[in-house]
Design a protein around this ligand. Structure first.
Ligand SMILES: [Zn+2]
Ligand SMILES: [Zn+2]
Ligand SMILES: [Zn+2]
Length: 83
């Protein structure tokens, strides 16, 4: 199954993930509707795969600061997040 990979920045202090860009990872399975190998005429046998895997976070940057959201919440930040 194909899946979306979310590139972003991981903030180690508040453990938040800030998405920067999303790309699709192709599973190269020609039975998968989302793959570029899937023929428009759908010549393969059996049902198509119509599901994508849950998106995967891919931290391409590691930041030892708080994220923007936490910075806006106050200079000290609220590390004990309210549910
Ligand atoms: Zn796929
Ligand atoms: Zn198909
Ligand atoms: Zn944060």
């Amino acid at each position: 199954m194909c899946k979306n990979v979310i590139d972003g920045r991981y903030h180690t202090i508040c453990q938040h993930f800030t998405p920067m860009s999303t790309r699709q990872q192709d599973c190269r399975n020609n039975a998968c509707l989302f793959s570029s190998t899937h023929a428009p005429g759908c010549k393969h046998k059996g049902p198509c795969i119509r599901m994508m895997e849950p998106p995967q976070r891919n931290p391409i940057r590691i930041s030892d600061t708080r994220c923007e959201g936490c910075v806006m919440r106050g200079p000290e930040g609220v590390l004990g997040r309210s549910p």
